[in-house]
Design a protein around this ligand. Structure first.
Ligand code: VGL
Ligand code: ZN
Length: 221
């Protein structure tokens, strides 16, 4: 995308993404990869797939899970509870997680092999101590916006393509909210990995079908 300053004409090749498509790369951070605090099985395997994918998009946005120490989604803040148990938060059920993606730590940093240079925006989420935020659009109260909808609309994007971690949490909630906000949405399966708690990966696929969220092969993007 750099080097195209001032160019409005789009040269279409067979696979070209247009000016209206944005790739949103979700939470490709050390804590979600092998050895991380909330490792998603095979998490790091998405990196080369995403790097190749991103090279074909004109516009790329990154999200970064970004919690303060002592975040309420951490099991360590709920004595007597273990990670992956569910508690009732003021905004509804909340799964408890191991401490992860704490602001400024290496766990919260993007994977070193992720090409972040082409990102035009990095949106951080989950920075309010009392509310978790899976979605890149709204926090888990489904009411507090991150500002991403306004940004994408103002930029004139009409289609959001998603990739990253985890398929059944942050990618899922981001995809559902993007759809609800009126964008066309596609998820690149090969560029995602799931945590898969209590059937959450299968639930995600079912919801995507119901909501008209397309599954896109990396080669077709
Ligand atoms: C995520 C659980 C907690 C994710 C973030 O990126 O999918 N999952 N925080
Ligand atoms: Zn988190």
């Amino acid at each position: 995308m750099s080097g195209e300053t001032g160019t409005t004409e789009i040269t279409m090749t067979e696979n070209a993404m247009t000016e209206k498509d944005v790739l949103v790369i979700v939470d490709v951070q050390n804590d979600f990869c092998s050895g991380g605090a909330l490792a998603v099985p095979g998490g790091e395997e998405v990196v080369p797939v995403i790097n190749r994918l991103a090279a074909r998009f004109r516009h790329v946005v990154l999200t970064q899970d970004w919690h303060p120490a002592g975040h309420r989604s951490f099991a360590s803040e709920h004595p007597g509870h273990e990670p992956l148990e569910t508690v009732e938060a003021p905004y509804g059920p909340q799964i408890l997680w191991p401490d992860h993606c704490i602001q400024g730590t290496s766990g919260a940093a993007f994977r070193e092999d992720l090409d972040t240079n082409r990102a035009e925006l990095i949106i951080r989420k989950g920075f309010r101590r009392d509310i978790d935020s899976y979605s890149a659009f709204f926090e888990n109260d489904h009411a507090t916006p991150t500002g991403l909808t306004g940004y994408l609309r103002e930029r004139g994007f009409t289609r959001v393509v998603l990739a990253g971690l985890a398929f059944d949490f942050c990618v899922r909630y981001s995809a559902e909210d993007a759809r609800r906000q009126g964008f066309a949405v596609a998820v690149v399966d090969e560029a995602c990995r799931a945590i898969d708690v209590a059937g959450s990966a299968a639930d995600t696929r079912r919801r995507f079908t119901e909501l008209g969220i397309a599954s896109l092969a990396a080669a077709a993007a």
